[in-house]
Write a protein that binds this ligand. Structure first.
Ligand SMILES: *[C@@H]1O[C@H](CO)[C@@H](O)[C@H](O)[C@H]1NC(C)=O
Ligand SMILES: *[C@@H]1O[C@H](CO)[C@@H](O)[C@H](O)[C@H]1NC(C)=O
Ligand SMILES: *[C@@H]1O[C@H](CO)[C@@H](O)[C@H](O)[C@H]1NC(C)=O
Ligand SMILES: *[C@@H]1O[C@H](CO)[C@@H](O)[C@H](O)[C@H]1NC(C)=O
Ligand SMILES: *[C@@H]1O[C@H](CO)[C@@H](O)[C@H](O)[C@H]1NC(C)=O
Ligand SMILES: [Ca+2]
Length: 480
């Protein structure tokens, strides 16, 4: 089958129509909703809480703690990128005869050529290398133009054109040039609805009445996202490829409540360890799933972003280049689970374990784990947080829902928090003092996971000689 993986950037739980309708959100995603309704909605799906870790996990099939991405995103001046000792999903798929194409945002390092997407399994890349940029001019904050066509190098050819349109047109080009006797893997890594906020005027219409400017801009960008997927779907239909396409839709992390996104009724924001940071929008569509064309299909079983790698390998019947690659994965093959033929083997997710992020330099080791360190683990019904879970830790209704009031973070200075995520999915009742045995068990789990972690890459590897704007105006690798 052809596999189209659509990754939205910073789309919150309450920003997709099928969730928003019952949670006071004005978001409108009719096309995505229709795909989801005729596919399988992942109701219990988690990503990491920020861009690079989720993207790294998706492409390696491993948890962020095993690819050095436990601390923060990869910054433009950082030497290290997604560690090179991983074989990425597109490398495996290329080996199985796929035409592997990536469009959009990379954000996994570009200090030297070896980190670039087209050196790591994608036959073609058309998009940007850093984490955010102007949607029209493609300028980053540092001033460089960040746009590269892997066949021709950095380019200014998309200047002035909103990126949704740029990416949809590129997808059309990829699809029409694709040799139909081969399978296609298209990784459509869209910029919407990540900041900087703003969209062409036509997308604002349905949101005219919303007073909050950021929310209005953000929802317009979500509308552009919906239209992009609609158009790409029609290009696949026109090419006769749609009936043999598995489409996966996912966000990369929770909504950023400071930049128009929304995760209501869940707690927290992007970059927090609460559900608002990690509980993600995701669904799958395509005849291969074997689900009927009518009715709602919700999957309640636990699914993590690292599961896509082995799941896609199974769906495509692709043989691993080497068995050892398979053994390195943290992800579970959930293909039969998605098709309702098996029960998920996953019962645990480590959201993070970040030794650089600590609340005190003095260690406070309990059951083998230093609880000053930012960490979060879900295990069956329990969720344990240690250290600093992030600064936007309250409950934030969408700005258009004037009847709802925000509830502020009341956690105080606790370095250990325990929630029963099944009976208390909104994380309102901190119960660590009631269940000391559970706390002990989960701290021991964290100590175990810590013993398997790789040291985090960090800003300590920033290069003072990094160049984010070459004399010709562009961004590109600056080391050999
Ligand atoms: C989608 O296609 C319509 C009709 O051709 C076009 O007007 C619109 O600009 C396209 N939008 C995107 C994001 O591709
Ligand atoms: C993780 O393991 C390392 C190496 O044993 C240790 O130095 C560190 O304190 C541990 N971290 C936590 C959070 O316990
Ligand atoms: C730790 O993480 C929180 C939330 O992600 C962030 O606000 C804070 O700045 C981080 N601190 C350090 C030292 O990285
Ligand atoms: C948390 O600790 C800091 C520093 O010790 C203190 O200033 C602050 O008042 C404490 N906050 C709460 C809610 O206890
Ligand atoms: C990119 O194109 C725009 C519009 O033509 C132009 O103003 C700008 O100077 C160009 N930038 C570079 C680096 O060529
Ligand atoms: Ca993101």
């Amino acid at each position: 089958p052809h596999v189209v993986f659509v990754l939205a950037d910073d789309l919150g739980y309450n920003d997709i129509g099928y969730n928003g309708r019952s949670h006071h959100s004005a978001t409108r995603t009719p096309f995505l909703d229709s795909l989801a309704r005729n596919g399988m909605i992942l109701k219990n799906y988690y990503t990491h809480s920020v861009c690079s870790p989720t993207r790294g996990s998706l492409l390696t099939g491993r948890n962020r703690i095993h690819i050095g991405l436990q601390h923060d995103c990869i910054h433009g001046t950082q030497i290290e990128g997604l560690p090179l000792d991983n074989v990425l999903l597109p490398e495996q798929l290329t080996h199985c005869g796929y035409n592997t194409q990536m469009i959009g945002k990379w954000h996994l390092g570009f200090s030297s050529e070896s980190y670039l997407p087209w050196k790591r399994g994608f036959r073609g890349f058309y998009g940007f290398l850093t984490g955010s940029e102007n949607y029209w001019s493609k300028h980053t904050n540092a001033g460089g133009i960040d746009f590269t066509d892997s066949d021709h190098g950095p380019t200014n050819a998309t200047w002035g054109k909103f990126s949704s349109l740029v990416y949809a047109e590129r997808a059309k080009h990829v699809i029409s040039n694709h040799d139909k006797s081969k399978p296609l893997f298209l990784f459509l890594s869209l910029q919407t609805p990540h900041s900087p906020l703003g969209a062409p005027a036509k997308y604002y219409k349905p949101f005219r009445k919303i007073k909050d400017k950021k929310r209005k801009q953000y929802l317009s960008m979500v509308a552009a996202l919906d239209e992009t997927v609609r158009n790409v779907t029609s290009y696949l239909q026109d090419a006769g490829m749609w009936s043999d396409t598995l489409l996966i839709f996912s966000t990369d992390n929770g909504g950023n409540v400071n930049e128009g996104g929304n995760n209501w009724p869940y707690r927290g924001s992007k970059n927090t360890m609460y559900e608002g940071g990690n509980k993600a929008v995701g669904f799958v569509h395509g005849p291969l799933l074997g689900v009927g064309s009518r009715g709602h299909h919700n999957m309640e079983q636990l699914f993590h972003v690292s599961d896509w790698y082995p799941t896609i390998m199974e769906a495509t019947k692709c043989q691993y280049i080497a068995e050892e690659h398979k053994r390195k994965l943290d992800g579970y093959n959930q293909w039969d689970v998605l098709r309702g033929r098996a029960v998920s083997q996953r019962y645990e997710i480590v959201h993070t374990l970040d030794p650089i992020n600590r609340t005190s330099e003095v260690a406070d080791v309990q059951y083998g784990f230093d609880v000053n360190v930012q960490a979060a683990i879900m295990n069956e019904r329990w969720k344990l947080l240690t250290g600093n879970p992030g600064c936007m830790g309250g409950w934030y209704p969408p700005a258009e829902a004037k009847e709802l009031v925000a509830a502020i973070d009341i956690r105080g200075n606790k370095t250990i928090q325990l929630y029963d995520i099944v009976s208390d999915p909104l994380e309102q009742y901190e119960v660590s003092s009631l269940y000391p045995a559970v706390v002990k068990e989960l701290l021991e789990r964290l100590a175990y996971h810590n013993s398997t972690a790789r040291p985090p890459i960090s800003r300590a590897s920033d290069d003072k000689n990094a160049c984010l704007r070459w004399a010709d105006g562009y961004i590109r690798p600056w080391r050999n």
